[in-house]
Design a protein around this ligand. Structure first.
Ligand code: 13P
Length: 250
């Protein structure tokens, strides 16, 4: 049985004071216990967030990490450094990392390998840009992101992978993929995994949808059979909205 997951990607938001405030507000709320809840604050606040959540089921993830284990990579953070402060989950391949920091599929494949070697859970993001969708190339594009960035892993490693489909045209734009568009792509992803690996693996992996998920549209999106949760940006910065999204699951 695959897990239901709602993860909040805080991006470059929330200083330490705001981090504590948001986590305190979240902890006060009753959250659906069937849902694994993850928050991803900036690097500087990971350890504090983890400590603030020590008596809570909410998990803390990093938004990125470097593929090398250590070395002369000024400004970068390794898997061991994350694990050293209790972080076991990392978001990889977010479209903002791909677009602004030139992370391509080959680089992401290395990051995935490192995360899995270090026994971390990788939340692997992928998704097409608007022009891919309007030209009808979205399925091909997503298939190549998966094949080139992820499909080098061993079958046994899929237990440590969560997928996040985030169509770039729906991120931070207020424009959401329709529940049908999300379902269609998630089903395509499962078919692609079935062909490359097996139906069991395809059925067991959680696939999250991300892109302008709000309390008002979460229930309908999460109601689709192949949507196992969400990767939430803007609405994760408000405890009430994030809790409402978590509780939108039936
Ligand atoms: P928004 O929810 O703000 O559209 O962001 C989605 C996202 O990029 C989560 O990683």
């Amino acid at each position: 049985m695959r897990k239901k997951i709602v993860a909040g990607n805080w991006k470059m938001n929330c200083d330490i004071a705001h981090t504590y405030e948001l986590l305190d507000q979240l902890k006060e709320r009753a959250l659906n216990e069937d849902v694994e809840v993850i928050v991803a604050p900036p690097f500087t606040n990971l350890q504090s967030a983890n400590q603030a959540l020590i008596d809570s089921d909410i998990l803390v993830a990093a938004q990125n990490m470097h593929q090398a284990t250590n070395g002369a990579y000024t400004g970068e953070v390794s898997a061991d450094m994350l694990k050293g402060v209790g972080i076991e989950t990392v978001i990889l391949g977010h479209s903002e990392r791909r677009a602004y920091f030139h992370e391509d599929n080959a680089l992401l494949a290395k990051k995935v390998t490192t995360a899995l070697e270090k026994e971390m859970t990788a939340i692997f993001c992928f998704g097409e840009e608007l022009e891919d969708r309007t030209s009808g190339n979205h399925f091909n594009l997503v298939a190549s992101q998966l094949k080139e960035g992820l499909f080098h892993i061993e079958a046994a490693d899929w237990k440590d992978v969560v997928l996040a489909y985030e169509p770039v045209w729906a991120i931070g734009t207020g424009e959401t993929a329709s529940p049908e568009q999300a379902q269609e792509m998630h089903a395509f992803v499962r078919k692609t995994i079935t062909e490359a690996y097996s139906e069991d693996i395809a059925n067991d992996v959680s696939i999250l949808y991300g892109g302008s998920v709000k309390p008002a549209n979460a229930a309908e999106i999460f109601g689709k059979p192949d949507v196992d949760g969400g990767l939430i940006g803007g609405a994760a910065l408000d405890a009430e909205s994030f809790a409402a999204i978590i509780n939108a699951f039936e």
